[in-house]
Design a binder for this molecule. Structure first.
Ligand code: SF4
Length: 93
């Protein structure tokens, strides 16, 4: 798990990418696929967060610019850009 200050910084960067993408979300199908992957992942925690990046996945998985924190990632950004991943945190969106 990242340090708190690093998580805040990464959240600001993730929010910027999300904003640059027009705050768009993935489709319901894509969201469901991402969340199923996370729920089945060894890094998924009881608090529905990713143990690698600390992100609250029900929120992170909605953003088109988000990407799985693992290396290699288990799912990718869908807006055509390459996300800097492992960086999003819960925006309470
Ligand atoms: S973001 Fe990736 S590493 Fe994190 S819980 Fe989801 S699938 Fe696992």
């Amino acid at each position: 798990m990242k340090g708190f200050a690093k998580m805040i910084w990464d959240f600001a960067e993730a929010l910027k990418r999300h904003g640059n993408d027009g705050f768009k979300h993935v489709t319901v199908t894509e969201y469901t696929t991402r969340m199923k992957t996370c729920v089945d992942c060894e890094h998924f925690t009881d608090s529905k967060s990713c143990g690698l990046c600390g992100c609250h996945m029900p929120v992170k998985a909605r953003w088109r610019t988000s990407q799985c924190a693992d290396n290699p990632p288990k799912w990718l950004a869908t807006n055509g850009s390459k996300g800097k991943e492992g960086t999003d945190t819960d925006p309470s969106d």
